[in-house]
Design a protein around this ligand. Structure first.
Ligand code: HSE
Length: 402
């Protein structure tokens, strides 16, 4: 029997206990030994809960218990998760986490501590919830030069954008509905401003480059300025709007960014709707590989944490093999990247002379809002686009076209 502890009995921690309990026989046969949840750490009381007898407030009891080999950190946040994780790894106990904030901020350090103490720091659930993406990147796509990873990495914003697209909802209404459904937090900033997607693409980019991509270095634009009128323009182009996190390598240059993009049906991510996430990986041999599933939620996220528990339990005494060095990777400016752009303008096209600034731009042939028009630029470097865009006095906004 292998004893396991769970730190944090919230949504994901509760899901981990449920998955280990419900699928105990199958999980046990895969590990080769039964897994037993010995402790669940939480500061709250859970009277009547089926795991009430296992709940403790004493972290040190878990740390000091030699029977505990694997710990699930499902607390979230940096404090005290960072200190607890470090102490557990230093004690040779493997830690499996869903905590993307901690992985993005301290991943390489914690992986190194795990290596030094012959245990593992595993974080499958930190990106894409229940979607297997970390292990496939590290263990399956090993023959590939991966040149691009692009993902819909946030379920809340994808739910909101899908409703705006399909039902013509206003941003504020759909945000309220997302909050009522429990997808968006009362303070929705981390989701709607793209910070959550930014941390997730920082983790994927760090694994791709095997060095640390600091999330603060990644240009991040959320969806809070996207309106239902933008979807009307997108419809004219047979496109939808999706919040994408991407990292891309062109020659020696390395890029990462998060922003809303107009996608057409040819793009596999176009079909990723509602709270689902999708991650498209492009390798030089395999071409496109797509990972799709529930990017959030109790049981899907817990399933990914437990898959790491199985990995750690099967490999006790084996050091983490993840290559993610603490050396910082300097990203190139996104201004080198090339896109088309949808530009919304006030006034009338004849008077503005936009074609002199954007040669070969195509005006959209329909009036969505009185007194407005829009055009799509040819493919151009972001830096060149921004310079020209700044010279348009009547510009309202632009959205990148992928
Ligand atoms: N708030 C996140 C989302 C939860 O909506 O995708 C999963 O990381």
């Amino acid at each position: 029997m292998i004893n396991v502890a769970i730190l944090g009995y919230g949504t994901v921690g509760g899901g981990v206990a449920d998955v280990l309990f419900e699928n105990a026989a199958t999980i046990g046969s895969r590990v080769g030994e039964e897994l037993n949840v010995k402790y669940i750490l939480d500061i709250r009381e859970f009277p009547g809960d089926r795991f009430e007898a296992k709940i403790t407030k004493d972290f040190n009891a878990i740390l000091a218990d030699p029977e505990i080999k694997v710990v699930c950190e499902t607390m979230g946040g940096l404090k005290p998760a960072y200190d607890f994780t470090k102490a557990l790894l230093e004690a040779g106990k493997s830690v499996c986490t869903s905590n993307k904030e901690l992985v993005a901020a301290h991943g390489p350090e914690l992986i190194q501590i795990a290596k030094d103490h012959n245990c593992m720091y595993l974080f499958e659930a930190s990106v894409g919830g229940g979607i297997p993406i970390i292990r496939p990147l590290l263990d399956c796509l090993t023959a590939e030069e991966i040149d691009e990873i692009t993902g819909i990495l946030n379920g809340t914003t994808n739910y909101m954008l899908t409703r705006m697209d399909r039902e013509g909802c206003d941003y504020d209404d759909v945000l309220k509905q997302a909050q009522e459904k429990g997808y968006a937090e009362r303070n929705p900033e981390a989701d709607v401003e793209g910070y959550d997607a930014c941390r997730k693409i920082a983790i994927l980019a760090s694994l791709k480059y095997q060095k640390t991509v600091n999330y603060e270095q990644i240009y991040t634009e959320g969806i809070s300025k996207i309106t239902k009128e933008d979807f009307d323009y997108a419809g004219l182009l047979n496109r939808s709007i999706k919040l994408l996190g991407m990292c891309k390598e062109i020659g020696e240059k390395k890029y990462a960014m998060v922003a809303p993009f107009l996608l057409d049906e040819e793009n596999p991510l176009y079909a990723v709707n509602g709270v689902f996430n999708g991650i498209l990986v492009h390798g030089n041999m395999v071409d496109n590989v797509m990972f799709y599933g529930r990017g959030a939620g109790k049981l899907p996220t817990a399933s990914a944490v437990v898959s790491d528990v199985v990995e750690a339990a099967k490999n006790q005494g084996v050091a983490s093999s993840v290559i993610w060095s603490a050396e910082k990777l300097t990203l190139n400016s996104k201004d080198d990247l090339e896109f088309k752009y949808l530009v919304r303008m006030k006034g009338n096209p004849a008077a503005s002379g936009f074609e002199k600034i954007f040669e070969d731009a195509k005006e959209l042939d329909a009036e969505i809002i009185a007194g407005e028009y829009a055009f799509v630029t040819p493919v151009m470097k972001e830096g060149d686009f921004l310079e020209k865009y700044a010279s348009l006095p009547d510009a309202i906004k632009f959205i990148r076209v992928k």
